[in-house]
Design a protein around this ligand. Structure first.
Ligand code: GDD
Length: 409
């Protein structure tokens, strides 16, 4: 039996995702028309003998109520949100709910960061984990040497795949193989976390007894019940024949900024060809708009037949897209109205926003740059014939004149 746990974090964690995280918890922001967390949940569904999925976070309970009940019904597998009263760190959060997790007597626990976009090769990873026979297996990917320091860098034995060395976001280069934030553990992970608690207590007691500078380690500032999976568990257990790695050659991205979410939306749309082709718009039928490449259109959205949509576009519920509109590489959220002949390119258009006739909302499309995509927050109104380029517009603004490279507060 397998239990899956997805760490969703909480409101203080989503600041780089503003202004979009002002309206919706980041894990529920739609990528390819489905909430971010939906994609790892679907991947968990493919694990044999999966009995339960938990989302652990410190968002308000009510923010997840509707979603978890809908998805539990749809997948016919219980999905439950467990709320921490305060952040306990990625391993501490898992530990706080060990009684729930162990209720089903699982042989394996699949643990996922919510803010990664991946094909999540979980069944294959589980098989590999069983072969290795360790406490845990970490999903790993090769990235460019320049970008590796944003992640946990690691070294694995090329033959046995044992994790030999692990450093979280190191200042000097260690390896271009990084931690993807996707793990499989045996229930012994709880004992490993417990050891960290004990060690913390012992260190605190020692510190009380003597005031050596040497004991004033980094752990000093952390609360005793705050345990990080990477620094506190993976680093010390590396090289002890307990942890192993499974390398993916498929896609993987970390979703920290809205710009990257546009890239991830494209990756998930492309994945629909294999896992959910029915979600892709086909453009067949006389009343359909022209569809180019991968496009998702919610069934309740109304798109004029003369509009041209794609590639990489997702249109959420109740959006209205007028005649002659052109949409390229964008996420259009619920209840948006785009009037005749407007163009939206490399942009995210927030809930209930409206874009006037012959207007343009666009950006250069460098997804890594701060203003590489244009973002309209909730209920932004762009009037007719206004051009918005490489800009971020906070909620409830009305744009009557054109802007470029601006953050409109
Ligand atoms: N419930 C809960 N409680 N979730 C948490 C907490 C917490 O106290 N702290 C973090 N998380 C969640 C975040 O929402 C995220 O999904 C995941 O745990 C990891 O977050 P961080 O600990 O902030 O680490 P990171 O995202 O900067 O980096 C981690 O993930 C990378 C892969 O995306 C590290 O493990 C890196 O090594 C790794 O490369």
């Amino acid at each position: 039996r397998v239990v899956a746990v997805i760490m969703v974090g909480g409101p203080t964690k989503g600041t780089r995702f503003r202004p979009l995280s002002l309206n919706v918890p980041k894990p529920l922001f739609p990528l390819a028309g489905q909430p971010m967390v939906h994609h790892p949940i679907l991947a968990c569904r493919r694990i044999p003998n999966l009995v339960q999925i938990y989302l652990i976070g410190f968002y308000e309970e009510r923010e997840f109520t509707l979603y978890v009940s809908a998805i539990s019904n749809e997948l016919r597998i219980p999905v439950r949100y467990l709320r921490e009263d305060k952040p306990h760190g990625s391993a501490g959060g898992l530990y706080s709910f060990r009684d729930y997790i162990m209720e089903d007597d699982p042989s394996h626990i699949v643990l996922l960061n919510c803010d990664v976009c991946s094909s999540f090769p979980l069944p294959d990873m589980l098989e590999a984990h069983k072969r290795y026979g360790g406490l845990g297996t970490v999903l790993v990917i090769k990235v460019s040497a320049e970008s590796a320091n944003q992640f946990g860098e690691l070294v694995a034995d090329p033959v046995t795949n044992e994790l030999l060395h692990y450093t979280e976001k190191p200042e000097t280069f260690v390896s271009d193989r990084i931690n993807c934030g996707v793990y499989i553990f045996t229930p012994d992970i709880f004992t490993a976390i417990e050891r960290v608690f004990t060690l913390r207590k012992d260190t605190a007691n020692l510190r009380r007894m003597n005031s050596f500078e040497a004991l004033q380690s980094a752990t000093k500032t952390l609360p005793a019940d705050y345990v990080r999976l990477d620094q506190d568990i993976l680093s010390p257990l590396a090289g002890k024949k307990k942890l192993y790695t499974y390398e993916t050659l498929d896609f993987w991205e970390q979703i920290k900024t809205p710009g990257i979410s546009l890239r991830c939306s494209a990756l998930y749309l492309a994945q629909y060809h294999y896992i959910s082709p029915q979600l892709l718009a086909t453009g067949n039928g006389s009343k359909s708009a022209t569809i180019i490449g991968d496009v998702y259109i919610h069934p309740s959205a109304k798109v004029h037949p003369s509009a041209k949509i794609g590639p990489n576009v997702s249109i959420s519920a109740n959006a209205r897209i007028g005649a002659g509109v052109r949409l390229i590489s964008c996420i259009i959220l619920d209840d948006v109205e785009i009037k005749e002949h407007a163009v939206v390119m490399h942009a995210i258009v927030g809930w209930k926003s409206s874009i006037g006739r012959w207007s343009r909302v666009q950006a250069g499309g460098d997804y890594n740059a701060r203003l590489g995509i244009t973002i309209l927050g909730e209920a932004v109104a762009v009037e007719d014939e206004v051009v918005v380029v490489n800009s971020i517009v906070l909620p409830n603004k009305t744009l009557t004149i054109s802007v470029q490279e601006e953050i409109i507060l």
